[in-house]
Design a protein around this ligand. Structure first.
Ligand code: PEP
Length: 259
């Protein structure tokens, strides 16, 4: 019922030449592959979006931005407006990524404004939430994730469900080579769906896609995707090589029984 979602977050990687080269390889591999049950999304740096939009025209791949402001225009040095992103065919925006929270000090209040802002202009927020290692060790994982969800979604009151994506990204798993086990990810992701049904409704929560992110590779994707509340993945490091990301995107999906 929920379309699977595979998102490649390039972070601050790839020049225009590298973008063109990557997409050439990826599209070549994709060929006539049928990907009807899933969406594949690339999130390049802002400078590559216009080129990527041109190269991805008439392909099933879609674009995400790695951040966005809540206003259409104005005195917001260093920010990009959702309207500008729509001009270059962006459909999704990654928000609240742990690197934005921890390296650039983005607070839940700022993230909440961004989430509502991009939504208001018709883009789909991919809201990232997740605990640090200290928080996990202190047994605070669910508390932290619930707080982030409630605070970051506080301005987003009326949604349908298909128009929101949550990515559970434990900070200790991002770029470390240590992924959460399928059991750990499912535990938090089923909790996220429960919280979404409290915040919105059961009907809405059923339609929200919940991704897992943190050291996803072609080797661990199939185990992770067996979990009933893992609707896709947000991939950093392994999305930087076209061949690797392609393998992840075309992986077999066989859902297991709810735990
Ligand atoms: C990310 O950047 O969101 C991420 C999950 O990175 P990695 O796959 O490298 O852990």
């Amino acid at each position: 019922m929920r379309k699977y979602l595979f998102v490649g977050n390039w972070k601050m990687h790839k020049t225009l030449r590298e973008t063109e080269e990557y997409l050439g390889i990826f599209l070549d591999k994709l060929g006539d592959f049928k990907i009807l049950d899933r969406e594949i999304i690339i999130a390049p740096p802002f400078t590559s979006l216009a080129l990527a939009a041109k190269l991805l025209k008439k392909t099933p791949l879609k674009l995400a931005a790695q951040n966005a402001c809540w206003e259409e225009r104005g005195a917001f040095t260093g920010e990009i407006s959702p309207v500008m992103l729509k001009e270059v065919e962006v459909r999704y925006v990654i928000l609240g990524h742990s690197e934005r929270r921890h390296l650039f000090g983005e607070t839940d209040e700022i993230i909440a404004k961004r989430v509502f802002g991009v939504y208001k202009f018709g883009l789909i927020p991919i809201l990232c939430v997740g605990e640090t290692l200290e928080e996990r060790k202190a047994g605070k994982t669910l508390e932290v994730v619930e707080r982030q969800l409630r605070e970051d979604l506080k301005y987003l009151q009326e949604i349908k469900g298909e128009d929101l994506v949550i990515a559970y990204e434990p900070v200790w798993a991002i770029g470390t080579g240590i992924n959460a086990t399928p059991f750990q990810a499912e535990e938090v992701q089923s909790f996220i769906r429960k919280k979404l049904s409290e915040i919105y409704s059961f009907e809405v929560a059923k339609k929200v896609r919940i991704l897992y992110g943190g050291s996803v590779t072609p080797e661990n994707i199939e185990e992770l995707m067996k979990e009933p509340n893992i609707d896709g993945v947000l991939v950093g490091g392994a999305s930087l090589e076209a061949e690797k990301f392609f393998k992840i995107c075309i992986s077999q999906i066989k859902k297991g029984e709810p735990r």
